[in-house]
Write a new protein. Structure first.
Length: 364
């Protein structure tokens, strides 16, 4: 980071189109502020909850599933051990200059995410629908690839990069959690038995804790050459909340391949996303923090193969691609120097994540 600057928040009250509800009586007044992001955030989980209540009622009263075959409410439960590797993956943020010449890019930070993860994938299946929970944690290690920090802080040459640094990146304990529910509709659509189509919705949570260390900084203007950055440089914490809806499909490949109990699994979903960053610059004077609060969207695609092994066991290999893009507000806080400033010019937080996962599952 090459230069500090100050600017008051554009909306100091932070209303951003919020709805305010006030309730009063003769002893007290209660005001509740309901934000638009809050309404969007609640939509998916409430929809999933109402869908599950409806399906449970329908299952218990109907008692039939497809072609008049009896389908009592006898759920099955599966649990799987999962390992995942992220590759060619990153999470990044940038912001612009709030002063003249107002360029939209004054600083950009790119954090590598090429790491190993491990955890559990559980699912409860009913004849008409299923619910699932996946929980993964990072394996402590350095991420493959380097952390990159770039600045464009010369007001006379606003589009010329002036400072560039690279560092190693350690992954502190980080987490990925996903809850979802899906609904079988293939028989309602008259589809063949080998094709399953399921609308899906849920919540995806990601928490990244990253620490840059042992870097080197280059002055690209030639004024001071390069400088070694020993020890830890930045402690970065990032949280993404995804509220997603989409489609899931299972295709039985047994007939075409001759391999019994062999399926292709596909999914595509869109999510409303909330992102929160905390960036502690350890090499700066005082206790310097920056924060981003952003909103946006994500697209997720997955493809996998699954083979039943017998005696309740199965093995699956999945590939996933997740792309996230959000915009919002940037805040610079350094209480040592009485600095607390916010702005929104050029603020962007985004991430691209490619992964391969291997799961060994047991169904009870």
């Amino acid at each position: 980071m090459g230069k500090l600057f100050s600017l008051s928040a554009a909306d100091k009250d932070g209303n951003r189109g919020d709805d305010v509800v006030t309730w009063a009586c003769n002893v007290m007044v209660l005001t509740i502020k309901i934000s638009s992001p809050f309404c969007v955030r609640c939509f998916v989980p409430l929809t999933v909850l109402l869908l599950l209540v409806f399906l449970l009622a329908a299952e218990s009263s109907a008692g039939t599933f497809e072609e008049g075959v009896s389908a009592p409410l006898t759920p099955s439960f599966s649990v799987g051990g999962k390992i995942r590797y992220l590759f060619k993956s990153h999470t990044s943020y940038e912001f612009g200059n709030p002063y003249f010449p107002y360029q939209e890019l004054i600083s950009q930070l790119e954090f590598p995410l090429d790491t190993w993860w491990a955890g559990l994938d559980m699912r409860l299946r009913f004849p008409r629908f299923s619910v699932g929970l996946e929980a993964l944690t990072s394996v402590k290690q350095n991420a493959h690839g380097e952390f990159e920090d770039s600045d464009w802080d010369d007001d006379n040459r606003p589009y010329e990069k002036t400072i560039y640094s690279t560092s190693q990146m350690r992954v502190a304990p980080s987490y990925m959690v996903r809850f979802d529910a899906d609904l079988e509709v293939s028989d309602w659509l008259g589809l063949p038995a080998w094709l399953s189509i399921r609308p899906v919705g849920g919540i995806r949570y990601q928490r990244f804790n990253l620490v840059s260390h042992d870097g080197i900084q280059y002055d690209l203007t030639g004024a001071s050459g390069s400088a070694v950055l020993p020890g830890e440089g930045i402690r970065f914490k990032q949280t993404y909340w995804h509220y997603f809806v989409g489609l899931r499909s299972v295709i039985d490949l047994s007939r075409t391949t001759g391999i019994p109990s062999f399926t292709l699994n596909l999914q595509a979903d869109w999510a409303y996303v909330e992102g929160m960053n905390e960036d502690n610059h350890l090499l700066r004077p005082g206790r310097r923090f920056t924060y981003e609060d952003t909103y946006g969207e994500a697209w997720h695609y997955s493809m996998g193969l699954k083979k039943e092994l017998g005696k309740g066991f199965s093995i699956g290999l999945d590939g996933d691609y997740l792309t996230i893009s959000t915009t919002g507000n940037h805040r610079l806080l350094n209480r040592t120097f009485g600095m607390d400033i916010s702005f929104s010019n050029g603020v962007k937080v985004w991430s691209d994540q490619l992964s391969l996962s291997l799961t060994l599952e047991y169904r009870f």
